[in-house]
Write a protein that binds this ligand. Structure first.
Ligand SMILES: [Zn+2]
Length: 486
């Protein structure tokens, strides 16, 4: 093995094994796959081009879905005057410890301090109060792609950073029922997106009172299970009731001519999803990307034998062009300075779903060799009509990753009504644990302080409680899903 470290292959595959230290593995993958890097600003990361390309694909897929459900994009200011943030009491209390303040502009102290938006309900609610006068102005269905800032003490690239990118939808409706329908429509959209595009299975349900968004009536979430058995809240959708409409005076004249408050919602997902993709699919060789969010779905590695630049390379370019024409994202790695072996390891580490090898012998046989990242299966494939089998393989990889992740999630989901058993499970790598809960915040808080496990949500299709409350022994009202979470 000592010899191995002399070879360039070893350099790119130096990643801490997941079983040894999952957290170190994660940071190694983020850095070595060139997804993100630390910046001179504490708690803020730089998203590098390869990581940003994943975000762009996520954006495109989501944006298409938002527009197909009647939403439009707009942009609101980065700064929020202090007095506006203070309007909704719970909202302020929830966000005050995390906001960054602007107190000076140039050389002058500001008359009113500004916060850098931690979320935009306050500024958007203020504008909606101006724009909404009559029931005819409703619904308002606006989304914003933006950055937000929440002053975090402990940060981790993509999962928790002081500044991050996200989308935030903000809608206003005439009736409570419409607002609730919107809240659930978006939650379903997030679930479909996570599962079909990110190949990341999620549990959808309602958050407990203590875990809901500051100022919301009801918060719903999708929760995914990461490779280390911890849950990741991957998206949230909030029914804000009339709380923000009352705080920001979003009023309209109803069909009955009476003045009333609008019903509003807000919802968001962020660059945290990239962290979710890394931790759902990655392995000891590095990143594994689902084809639908892979910046390169296929990497072509020409085998440099003989006069390859006159023979292999032109054929490789031809293949690249034909695949690109078929709508496949392809990178031809024609770099002279690296061996094929080094390139294989490099692109495996960076998670490219399919590798296409082509050498002089393949050209003689009019074939290429396709190698899957997920199973490492190799298949000689005819060059003629190549986009067909390549497309089919990419679909198969996408489906396979989802099925593998779902099987993992199911294997790591268990149920108990015994607190002793629950505590013992939470010691190791527990995954999700379904348990009966009485609904009290006190039990929830005790469970959290004693085991670090939190209620992730109460799924819509959750079975009736299998016994009394896990913690207090009083009658349980629901079966909640618990996990240790990011
Ligand atoms: Zn209880």
């Amino acid at each position: 093995m000592a010899e191995k470290s002399q070879q360039p292959e070893a350099l790119v595959t130096e990643i801490t094994p997941q079983s040894q230290d999952f957290s170190a593995w994660y940071l190694d993958v983020v850095r070595r796959a060139e997804l993100a890097d630390y910046s001179p600003v504490k708690g803020c990361m730089v998203i590098r081009p390869y990581g940003y390309a994943i975000w762009e694909l996520i954006q495109q897929e989501l944006d298409r879905r938002f527009k197909a459900t009647g939403h439009v994009n707009a942009y609101f200011p980065l700064f929020i005057p202090e007095s506006l943030l203070m309007r909704e009491a719970e909202h302020v209390e929830g966000f005050a410890p995390q906001v960054a303040w602007v107190t000076r502009g140039g050389t002058e102290d500001l008359e009113e301090r500004l916060v850098v938006r931690p979320t935009s309900e306050a500024i958007i609610g203020t504008m909606y109060a101006k724009w909404i006068q009559s029931w005819r102005d409703l619904p308002v269905l606006i989304n914003q792609w933006a950055n937000v800032v929440r002053w975090e003490k402990v940060t981790r690239p993509f999962l928790r950073t002081t500044e991050f990118l996200w989308q935030e939808g903000h809608t206003a409706h005439e009736t409570e029922q419409e607002a609730q329908e919107e809240t659930l429509r978006i939650l379903a959209l997030y679930k479909e997106f996570s599962e079909s595009v990110l190949a990341m299975p999620v549990v959808d349900g309602q958050k407990s009172e203590s875990e809901k968004f500051a100022g919301a009536s009801k918060t719903y979430s999708i929760e995914a299970l990461m490779g280390d058995g911890r849950a990741l809240q991957a998206g949230t959708s909030h029914n804000l009731g009339q709380n923000f409409a009352k705080a920001f005076t979003i009023q309209f004249q109803g069909r009955d001519k009476a003045l009333q408050h609008a019903w509003t919602t807000s919802w968001g997902v962020s660059t945290r999803l990239i962290g979710g993709v890394i931790m759902t699919h990655g392995d000891d060789s590095g990143l594994v990307l689902p084809p639908r969010v892979a910046p390169y779905q296929v990497v072509i590695v020409p085998i440099p034998r003989g006069n390859w630049q006159e023979t292999v390379l032109p054929k490789a370019r031809e293949i690249r062009d034909s695949l690109v024409q078929a709508g496949i994202r392809v990178f031809l790695d024609d770099r002279d300075a690296y061996t094929p072996g080094w390139k294989y390891a490099e692109w495996e580490m960076r998670g490219v779903p399919l590798r296409l090898e082509i050498g002089p012998k393949d050209i003689e046989k009019q074939q290429v060799v396709l190698v899957r990242r997920d199973t490492r299966a190799k298949a000689p494939t005819p060059v003629e009509g190549l986009h067909g089998p390549v497309g089919a393989l990419l679909d198969d990889i996408q489906r396979g990753l989802f099925e593998k992740a779902r099987a993992y999630r199911d294997e790591h989901t268990s149920a108990t009504a015994s607190y002793d058993e629950f505590k013992a499970w939470m010691e190791g790598r527990p995954g999700f644990v379904q348990a009966p809960w009485c609904g009290s915040a006190e039990c929830e808080a005790l469970i959290k302080s004693e085991t670090q496990a939190t209620i992730r949500n109460v799924p819509f299709d959750s079975p009736p409680p299998a016994g009394p409350c896990l913690k207090c022994g009083q009658p349980a009202t629901v079966t909640a899903w618990f996990a240790k979470a990011y």
